[in-house]
Design a protein around this ligand. Structure first.
Ligand code: DGL
Length: 267
């Protein structure tokens, strides 16, 4: 059984999971957080699902070796590929993320919602199940977005390349009358200003990070592993990519300087 002052591990294929990490940081200030950007193997969105599942296992093992009391899979693609197997294999709480379709079908006024996600996420069984559960309550337009997460991993949050991709991906959705857009990849919240500009002010953009942070808190409360209120909290960052480059990008995305360490032993 764990101890409440152990860290929480968070991982993603790259820097996208920081959209979840920053929310956890804000909501659970006493926790120590570890973040792994698997940049040496990104993107996950177009790789075989088995490869993504193997990475999810390797990174979870690494986080457990660092003493993690819980792991957040801050990646829709890795959640779709591996969450059931991770939960069956490891005994600590493992929190995943999935596109926020349920709130989207509840909130839409036009009755048409759009989901932006990676190709792997939209072709997964887990996604098919999500559509079966909630998809009948609205018209759901599913849009795979190859190349979009890479823009964020390269620090391109505006500019001609992400703009051209988004124009192409949003065009059929907007033409169909979408008024609610689900960001089904943790990289995309960093593109929200651009997405909002292209989609227009009437379109609601849903990011599931607050729900993930809430779920994490609930799970930790249930197993009595929430950090003590007098703990200062803290963070460490790791990458399988180039540490200097990732440090620059993470610092920029979080808005304060951080040092990212090399993932030891290439987990
Ligand atoms: N951030 C990831 C997700 O939420 C995957 C992006 C990628 O590596 O393709 O799906």
């Amino acid at each position: 059984m764990g101890n409440h002052n152990q860290p929480i591990g968070v991982f993603d294929s790259g820097v996208g999971g920081l959209s979840v990490f920053r929310r956890i940081r804000a909501d659970l200030p006493h926790e120590t957080l570890l973040y792994v950007a698997d940049s040496g193997h990104a993107p996950y969105g177009n790789k075989p699902a088995e490869f993504v599942a193997r990475r999810a296992f390797a990174l979870t093992e690494f986080l457990l070796d660092q003493g993690a009391k819980a792991v957040v899979v801050a990646c829709n693609t890795a959640t779709a590929a591996a969450i059931a197997r991770l939960r069956a294999h490891f005994s600590i709480p493992i929190i995943g993320i999935e596109p926020a379709l349920k709130p989207a079908v509840a909130e839409t006024r036009s009755g048409v919602v759009g989901i932006l996600a990676t190709s792997n996420t939209v072709r997964s069984d887990k996604f098919a199940h999500l559509l079966d559960q909630h998809g009948h309550r609205a018209r759901v337009m599913v849009q795979p977005c190859p190349g979009l997460a890479d823009c964020v991993d390269q620090g391109e949050l505006s500019g001609p390349h992400p703009r051209a991709l988004l124009e192409r991906y949003l065009e059929p959705l907007l033409a169909a009358g979408v008024d609610t857009l689900v960001l089904g990849c943790t990289h995309y919240p960093f593109l929200t200003p651009l997405i909002q500009r292209l989609a227009g002010p009437e379109v609601t953009i849903l990011d599931p990070s607050p729900a993930v942070a809430r779920q994490l808190r609930r799970r930790l409360e249930t197993v009595e592993l929430l950090a003590d209120g007098h703990m200062a909290g803290g963070e460490r960052y790791f990458t399988s990519g180039i540490p200097e480059r990732t440090s620059q990008l993470v610092s920029r995305l979080l808005g304060h300087p951080v040092v990212v360490e090399a993932l030891p032993g290439q987990a």
